[in-house]
Design a protein. Structure first.
Length: 473
């Protein structure tokens, strides 16, 4: 069993099932047609997975779904707190529904997710967005039936934002967004407390799911024909540290990848501090584990890494990358995250990040200008560099990575890859998009019936971030 982890009891889950029945009965009497729900998701894949559970519960309660907010009887915004831009989008989009709510007072507007776990955000919603009916945090998603029933039957706004370290609720229904690609959370929360990040404050401490629960869900996904299964956690490398007996993330990968079936395992996100040689060796030896490593380094300068409280050095990061390349060679592809303009960073220190980017040889980067987050240590640090200067630095970095990505794409020309076809492409009306084992995107002309299958595709024309290809019969 997990140590210091609260698993939601069967009694609590059964209580929520009773509320599901109550809501279902209520909306059958209140609406002549099936009411529609619109669930709007911001942020990371963990939020996407949470929204799939929200939709699973709503479906049982009798809701249909729409992407049109102005035709919905229930609108839920699942929010992200990682950057200011995401928060601004939420406020803007929620504010735009005020007139709709005034004309349709029976509509329920709800907010959940990471933003809501911040006290100053919840206070702003309470005071300035009084047309919002329901607000709930990351730790009570499983209580949606009860909270929704309360919002539907009372004339009182509902705020459920407990200040706890988090729970694990097993067995919740899931309405997945895709028939062949699935998200599978293996743990929740974070213990790292990087100085710029709010995640430990809004998601709680690390808590791992029992392996038996993960295995059961994984086997079900494989039996249902899911081809790409992505294991999720704020820091998957920490999986199992709170379990007794302990099980490492590497062991988890080995056990899951031994299950029979035609599928590929991906995972995110890894933290360099906890990335082990054992994990890299497991990636290299397990055929069903994708040879794609998303390993955020955030800065190439050791002083800045120290201020960020990242727990590793540039040299340690590169030693991991070099070992991974040694094990997996051309099969391996790398992506990373970078923060530009951390408080106190100089241009010379930013130049260390550029040099690390050149040495890394990533196929792509997720780059962001530092975003001040209230309540984090970095928010109190001196930040003398202007946003305009940081924007110039970012453009320099993007121009550099564009050249590197184009160079990396050229390395694949003429090779044939087993690819997962995941959707329509962007290069033309008849193009489909597929992903190699190493997460390289290849677009090719083909029939839409191929979506959701593995196909052998030859890389024929490398572009900057994508490759044109041809399906091989």
């Amino acid at each position: 069993m997990a140590v210091n982890t609260r698993r939601v009891s069967e009694e609590e889950l059964n209580t929520q099932k009773e509320y599901e029945k109550k809501v279902s009965s209520l909306i059958q009497t209140r609406y002549s047609n099936k009411p529609l729900a619109c669930v709007v998701t911001y942020g990371c894949q963990q939020n996407v997975a949470d929204s799939e559970k929200i939709k699973g519960m709503l479906e049982i309660m009798g809701y249909g779904f729409t992407e049109d907010r102005l035709s919905a009887k229930l609108v839920i915004f699942n929010t992200c707190a990682v950057r200011e831009h995401a928060e601004d989008r939420v406020f803007g989009n929620v504010g735009a529904l005020k007139k709709y709510k005034l004309k349709n007072p029976d509509v329920i507007i709800a907010l959940c997710g990471c933003m809501m776990q911040q006290e100053h955000i919840a206070k702003r919603i309470k005071e300035s967005f009084q047309f919002v009916d329901l607000v709930f945090g990351t730790h009570v998603v499983h209580k949606l039936p009860e909270l929704l029933y309360t919002a539907l039957t009372r004339r009182k706004r509902v705020f459920e934002l407990p200040d706890i370290d988090g729970v694990i609720a097993e067995g919740l229904p899931v309405k997945r967004d895709n028939d062949s690609k699935a998200w599978l959370p293996i743990m929740y929360g974070c213990n790292n407390f990087c100085s710029y990040c709010v995640v430990p404050y809004v998601r709680g401490r690390e808590r791992s799911r029992e392996f038996s629960d993960i295995e059961k869900e994984f086997r079900k996904l494989v039996s249902q024909g899911y081809k790409e299964i992505t294991l999720l956690g704020q820091n998957v490398n920490s999986y199992g540290k709170d379990l007794n007996p302990k099980i490492s993330f590497s062991e988890l990968l080995r056990r899951l990848s031994s299950i029979d079936g035609d599928y590929r395992i991906r995972f995110m996100t890894s933290h360099p501090k906890d990335c082990t040689k054992e994990l890299l060796e497991t990636m290299a030896s397990c055929d069903r584990v994708a040879k794609h490593l998303h390993l955020p380094f955030q800065s190439g300068n050791n002083r800045i890494l120290g201020l960020m409280n990242r727990g590793y050095t540039r040299e340690h990061y590169l030693s991991l990358i070099n070992y991974a390349k040694e094990l997996m060679g051309d099969e391996l592809s790398i992506t990373s995250d970078i923060i530009v303009g951390f408080p106190g960073e100089t241009y010379e220190e930013f130049s260390d990040t550029k040099s690390l980017v050149e040495e890394l040889g990533a196929i792509g980067l997720f780059t962001f200008i530092y975003s001040k987050r209230e309540g984090t240590p970095a928010a109190e640090m001196d930040d003398p560099v202007s946003y305009e200067d940081k924007s110039l630095w970012l453009r320099e970095l993007l121009a550099l990575q564009e050249k590197i990505s184009a160079r990396q794409m050229q390395l694949h020309k003429g090779k044939t890859f087993k690819c997962f076809v995941y959707g329509k492409g962007k290069l033309g009306d008849n193009y489909l998009a597929a992903r190699t084992d190493g997460n390289v995107i290849i677009e090719f002309e083909g029939d839409e019936r191929l979506i959701g299958t593995f196909q052998n595709i030859k890389a024929t024309e490398p572009l900057t971030y994508v490759i044109k290809g041809e399906i091989q019969k």
